[in-house]
Ligand binder design. Sequence first.
Ligand SMILES: C=C1C[C@]23C[C@H]1CC[C@H]2[C@]1(C)CCC[C@@](C)(C(=O)O)[C@H]1[C@@H]3C(=O)O
Ligand code: AKG
Ligand code: FE2
Length: 396
Amino acid sequence: MSLIMDSSTSPPINPLCPLMDVKDHENGAFVFDSALLQKQTSLPSEFIWPLRDLANHSSTTREELKEPIIDLGGFITGENNAATARAVEHVREACLNHGFFQVTNHGVDVNLIRAAYDEIDTIFKMPLDKKLSLCRKPGCISGYSGAHADRYSSKLPWKETFSFGYHENDDDHDSEPMVVNYFNSILGEDFQRIGWVYQRYCEAMKEVSLVIMELLAISLGVDRLHYRKFFEDGSSIMRCNYYPPCKKSGLTLGTGPHCDPTSLTILHQDQVGGLEVFANNQWHSIRPRPDALVINIGDTFMALSNGKYKSCLHRAVVNRDKERRSLVYFVCPREDKVVRPPKDLVCGELGTLRNYPDFTWSDLLEFTLNHYRADVATLQSFIQWLVSSKPSNNFK
Ligand SMILES: C=C1C[C@]23C[C@H]1CC[C@H]2[C@]1(C)CCC[C@@](C)(C(=O)O)[C@H]1[C@@H]3C(=O)O
Ligand SMILES: O=C(O)CCC(=O)C(=O)O
Ligand SMILES: [Fe+2]
């Protein structure tokens, strides 16, 4: 197993003792059998998280984050300058503070979002051995994962995930769309429906992401098309999260405290609730809104803004009795593009003030997949790793 570091520096040991009701997998790895585990009253130690990560987790009256919901309608049509001015101001205030906001009238068909939820269980309700056959390979992001039990040996997240890549097809229209092709290749031609649903969902997410990139550029005072151009040929990651109920929900987490290392996250959560954002020095629950999309600034966009906008610190708690699902689209630039803020965000009275060296998303992705468990300190750990391994790094 490659050395996976995390800021708690607990050295990785071989994952999962037999206590966890896991099945032996043909290649010797263990898996997390959520169908069995969720019925148990005891919680395997690997799922118990440190108190600092569980902070004020069990209080049911956790304060909601009261943030304006940004109506994208007027901005998208371009016919309402007042709406644009309001949207720009709210985005700026939120991103300077905690990197979280929500948008409505985003243009994504509610029936497409519903169809994406309807398809989630095609994967997660499969028999365990079938899910095992879809397991992500070491160093890859695509595929199934049960509690990341193949990657980590402690602080296991109480969730199953299914992830895959998305980018627009090159010009030749006769090739099968990327996501359709992926699902056909892993599930077979009988699963055309799920492939097309997630193809369409990723296409819609791409559209929204480019609108948000324009809004972010305007709010930062840079050329309106700067970030749109940077991301329009990007390759992004789509992830479906399934959180089984847990009888000891107060001792574990569905997704631990972290900042997404990606650029921008567009998330839709179902009506169960569980997403929490750290703002104004405390954790806040985010009330689910079926008509809204949650937008998080990620580490890579924080670097693209030269640190002006904050990468959102967030986590997902699990429910004692109810299963929970979320659809998460992680916006990424083309892997080889150099992550460097626009000049307008670098030049100051004292000359150029770069807060991060040049890097590529390919390097940061590889870091999180093979060397470091993404958490609250990913970007600074990555920069230290990068500068120590490539001292000639460009800070100018
Ligand atoms: C590049 C990525 C790594 C993770 C998925 C995307 C963006 C978010 C990252 C993640 C969700 C942050 C918390 C830890 C993590 C291991 C998880 O709980 O899934 C991260 C993802 C991953 O490494 O698979
Ligand atoms: O499921 C959620 O609400 C949050 C998931 C998340 O933060 C992630 O997958 O990066
Ligand atoms: Fe996240």
